[in-house]
Each structure stands twice: as structure tokens, then as C-alpha cells.
Design a protein around this ligand. Sequence first.
Ligand code: ADP
Ligand code: AMP
Length: 217
Amino acid sequence: MRLLIMGPPGAGKGTHAKLLCKEYNIVHISTGDMFRTAIKLGTAEGMIAKQFIDKGNLVPDDIVIGIVREKIQENECNNGFLLDGFPRNIEQAKSLDIILDECGVKIDAVLNLQVSDDILIKRISGRRVCSKCGETYHVVNHPPKVEGICDVCGGNLVQRKDDTEETIKTRLKIYNKQTKPLLKYYEKQNLLKNLNGVEDINLLFNNIKKLLGGMND
Ligand code: ADP
Ligand code: AMP
């Protein structure tokens, strides 16, 4: 299975991407996670990306498209993958079409999580991530068992540097201007599946599974 998960920042893409990849045994390709890892490792690419990410701006297309092309071509992606956070503009969407053509594969569905701006802001400001393994929590909606500690690996939970009020506004603006128009692009290809992203995490996960199960019938 090959999927895209879309939606504004804070819609729950990463949360559901992790659950879906485990369920279907496919590779989670999160461009945001890849950049955060590169920043942690201090690579040259990471250092360039950091300047854009910290301000809430998009990392230049040539860098993003390059890392996605490399990843999709890896053998571990042969069984399927879920792209989370890519594509984010029309240039990236067109490049993805070319990459998929080169690999001789097609996207099965584009999952679009719909959430209103007021809820997004509450979600992003309450988001905490594990500094060690990247697992995502929310102080109210999805708290860890022990405050400040990751359930999965015991690492410390921190707030993302780009989850400030100022940066959130920039990210939402960029989403509305550059990323939201892609929904039409995928609707025209009959791939778009709109989902109510406001639902409880488990309920929404079950709804996505039902939808994907139905597609295989
Ligand atoms: P994205 O990857 O789209 O930016 P995340 O998956 O990181 O979003 O989710 C943003 C925040 O909202 C996290 O703190 C997460 O725990 C929380 N969250 C995700 N999905 C839901 C949901 N369906 N209901 C309530 N909170 C959610
Ligand atoms: P995310 O984890 O998806 O919220 O992404 C965090 C940040 O990484 C974004 O705000 C961008 O600065 C950068 N980023 C992630 N994916 C992309 C992409 N496809 N194109 C450009 N920048 C990206």
C-alpha cells in the first residue's frame, strides 16, 4: 500500500502515520522527522534546513525532493510507504509523480485530515515530542503515563522549537497558500479521502482502517 497523509500542521498526520505504518507494515516517510534527525546529527543538509524550519518556512524544494527520491528508491519501501508532510506545494507534487513513474508505482489514496484552526493551535501548543525516539504526545489529549517521560523509550519529552505561537501562524499561512491547493490536484485524480480529524485518535484510526479495508474489496 502507498499512501499520502495530508492536513494542516497539528492535524494529526504524524500520530496516525505511525499507527498506520505499524498496522500495514509500510515505511513511514516523514520529511519533518528526517530533517529533525539531520539537525540532531548536525549534517550539512540539517544545518541548512534548520534555518527554514525554525522560522516556520518551507525548506527549499531541491533539498526536500532529493531526500524523498532517495528514500522511496530504497528496498525497504518496496512493500509500501506512507508519505507524511510531503508534498507541500505543486512543484513537490509534480516531482513526486515523476519519482513514482520512475519506480513504476502508484499512490492508492490520499488521506486528508480536516481540523479547524482553533483546534490546531491548541494541539500544536500542547504537543510534546520525545527527544530520543520522536514519539508524539499531547499534554491533554494524549498524555504519557509519566509526565515528561516517553512511554516507548523513557526519553525526555520536549516542545518542538517551531511550535511557538509566532511560527504556528506562519506555518498555517503557508499551508493555506501552498499546500491546500494540492487537495484539488488529488481530488481530480480520484485519490482524495477526506476524514474528520477532530475525532478521538482511536476512533479516527478505526475509520481510516475501515476506509482502506474497503478499498481492497
Ligand atoms: P501533525 O503531524 O499533523 O503536525 P501530530 O500528529 O504531531 O500532527 O499531532 C499534533 C498534536 O495533536 C499532538 O500533540 C498529538 O498528540 C495531538 N493529536 C493528534 N491527533 C489527535 C486527535 N485525533 N485528537 C486529539 N489530539 C490529537
Ligand atoms: P512537520 O514535521 O511536517 O511539521 O515539518 C516541520 C518543518 O519541516 C516544516 O515546517 C518545514 O519547515 C520542514 N518541512 C517538512 N516537510 C517539508 C516539505 N515537504 N517541504 C518543505 N519543508 C518541509
